[in-house]
Design a protein around this ligand. Sequence first.
Ligand SMILES: Nc1ncnc2c1ncn2[C@@H]1O[C@H](COP(=O)(O)OP(=O)(O)OP(=O)(O)O)[C@@H](O)[C@H]1O
Ligand SMILES: [Mg+2]
Length: 246
Amino acid sequence: MMLEVTSLTMRFGGLVAVNDVNMSVSRGEILGLIGPNGAGKTTLFNVIAGVFPPSAGTVSFNGNRIEGKSPDVTCNLGLARTFQIPQVFTSMTVLESISVGAFLRHRNFAAARAKATEVAERIGLGSRLEVPTSSLTTAERKRLEVARALTTEPQMILLDEVMAGLNHTEVNQMLELVSLLRDDGMTVLFVEHNLHAVMKICDRIVVLDHGVKIADGLPKEVMEDAGVVTAYLGAAVSSDQENADA
Ligand SMILES: Nc1ncnc2c1ncn2[C@@H]1O[C@H](COP(=O)(O)OP(=O)(O)OP(=O)(O)O)[C@@H](O)[C@H]1O
Ligand SMILES: [Mg+2]
């Protein structure tokens, strides 16, 4: 297994955001992590990425224990991430912004730029290198996030809601990009609300609900799972209720 999460729990005060979760990702796999709002997806993602140490449990990457290690350490080991809210440096050009990640492996400025340019071209930002990041569309910013992660030359990439806010065409373009990563042999863990996208691209799906893993299997199996259907319907009903109450 490339990534192995064992008995992972994350508490925020009295709230158990992730509750005793076991999960693994094998090399070359595309794993989707889904669940209703507040299920604990981003929290689990953040613990894996080293944003904060878990309350209990372990995370191993290629056999190295990484829980509690800082993001630069995990990134150095080959595990890169994007952010749910794109962290763009608006004053920088696209090329400069993408180059930031490349400095992890390249000390030399020209080499970092060359790497950034290569990645940008690969993921469809090649014609936008010199524009300021502030002028990018939402879809382009999501690509920029992926590009920045890729310049660190990871073995595995963690994507958090890269389809959010995209229209149908842009979602399909992002799916093509993820397929491209798969062709490059990249291992991918992605958190996603867009179930259509998840069904289309993932080899396997893990479902969280209230911090607990309620399903883990092939996309088709998971979508037909009664517990998963109930979790999603329950979430839909309670948000309708909140809207009715508001
Ligand atoms: N830093 C934090 N401090 C306190 N509570 C938090 C923190 N981060 C998340 N939570 C809580 O943990 C629970 C899980 O949140 P999380 O953001 O992981 O869910 P999610 O599945 O990513 O939801 P969404 O689909 O809305 O992105 C929620 O109840 C949330 O309010
Ligand atoms: Mg989230």
